[in-house]
Design a protein around this ligand. Structure first.
Ligand code: KG4
Ligand code: ZN
Length: 365
């Protein structure tokens, strides 16, 4: 690596509009010069999920502001850039198109190269941006929209070992919160309730643990929770604070157990193939959950595997990861033209069979 590269990244595949500038100097770790994120939670909160049309319009309105802020925070202008990286999928198509059109406009106006980035690759390469991790490593993506195990071997070389066949874990947390009248996003509120709950009072299923593969399923947990909730309401006329805490604790324990056990299987497969690179990295909003982190850390300690969890602002959707993934692609000589298309579905591993799951935030892979 010889050339210093400075890339602007754009992200608009779901409900965050983001722009960031990342620079990498010869043989040094990449540096985030700026990272701006405009969340859309307030725009969608009344609808119980992300409304694609509202999201797309908000992205189109906010992208140029984001670019302006990211450049001014980095103390740079468009003339200082070497290329523009943009999320070209997978995601909600209107939002992805907004980002791709914006990137094409800047690229055409300034004569800059354009690099399309797979959003999932952005997440999967984050440990290289934050910790300079060498390939290969095992990645667990867990968020409101994704849940999959990936072996990362290169900027465009990934093998999927398994993933959810229905809901993503964040989606399950959010639905649970809704069913119990707790605020959104559900993950943090369920975790908080669970802190003073009894995790064994209600026995939740551990889905798909009877199967030897690395696939997961979370949609049955909310059905189980709904039944338990309704039974308490029928018997006692309502839920007490303790009932709610116990339901949250039981639900969270089921997620932790399932994720830890499936991660053990994925790690075994990965370590068989890569015994000299024992590394597990996590990304996605659900990786913020303290019980899930503790469970995965304990597992890694048991299997003498390094555990890497990027800071939360880089675990959730952001454009620094897109600029960085674009930078890695750019170094391999990858360039996209004005015919770059926005893709609603774009599996990272084209060879593994499609999973059924899509996630509340739209089809992901
Ligand atoms: O990665 P992210 O910001 O967005 C995408 O889904 O792409 O993840 C958001 C998800 C939400 O479903 C939220 O409830 C969940 O991450 N989350 C958590 C926690 N913090 C956020 N889930 C469990 N425990 C948490 N502490
Ligand atoms: Zn994401």
């Amino acid at each position: 690596m010889t050339q210093t590269l400075t890339l602007l990244g754009l992200e608009s595949s779901c409900d965050d509009t983001a722009a960031a500038v990342v620079r990498q100097t010869a043989d040094e770790r990449a540096e985030i010069l700026s990272s701006v994120v405009f969340g859309q939670t307030a725009l969608h909160s009344a609808f119980g999920g992300v409304v694609p049309e509202i999201a797309a319009r908000a992205h189109a309105e906010k992208l140029d502001t984001c670019v302006r802020d990211a450049l001014s925070e980095a103390n740079l202008t468009l003339d200082d850039l070497d290329a523009i990286a943009v999320t070209a999928g997978p995601g909600l198509i209107g939002g992805v198109m907004s980002g791709v059109m914006c990137a094409k406009g800047i690229a055409a106006a300034k004569g800059l190269p354009l690099v399309g980035v797979n959003h999932l690759a952005g997440h999967a390469l984050t440990p290289r941006l934050t910790d300079d991790v060498a390939y290969p490593y095992l990645m667990l993506l867990v968020s409101g929209g994704h849940c999959q195990y990936l072996i990362a071997r290169g900027p465009e070389s990934f093998s999927r070992l398994g993933g959810t066949i229905d809901d993503a874990p964040g989606e399950a947390f959010d639905k649970t919160a809704r069913l119990l009248g707790l605020p959104q996003p559900g993950g943090p509120s369920v975790q908080k309730e669970a802190e003073h709950g009894d995790p064994v009072r209600f026995r939740f299923p551990r889905p798909l643990l009877d199967r030897p593969d690395c696939n997961l399923s979370f949609s049955g947990l909310k059905t189980a929770l709904m039944r338990m909730r309704d039974q308490i309401v029928t018997e006692k006329g309502g839920l007490t604070r303790q009932d709610r805490a116990d339901l949250c604790a039981g639900f969270q324990a089921a997620i932790v157990d399932t994720l830890v056990e499936k991660t053990r299987r994925a790690l075994r497969l990965y370590l068989d193939e890569n015994p000299t690179h024992p590394r597990l990295a996590v990304a996605g909003g659900v990786a913020a959950n303290t019980e899930i982190r503790a469970g995965l850390m304990a597992l890694c300690a048991q299997l003498e595997t390094d555990f890497l969890a990027p800071p939360l602002n880089l675990c959730t959707d952001n454009a620094a990861m897109i600029a960085y993934a674009g930078l890695e692609r750019f170094r391999t000589g990858a360039r996209d033209g004005m015919d770059l298309v926005a893709r609603p579905r774009w599996p990272l591993d084209q060879t593994s069979p499609a999973l059924i799951g899509s996630g509340k935030k739209g089809a992901k892979a």
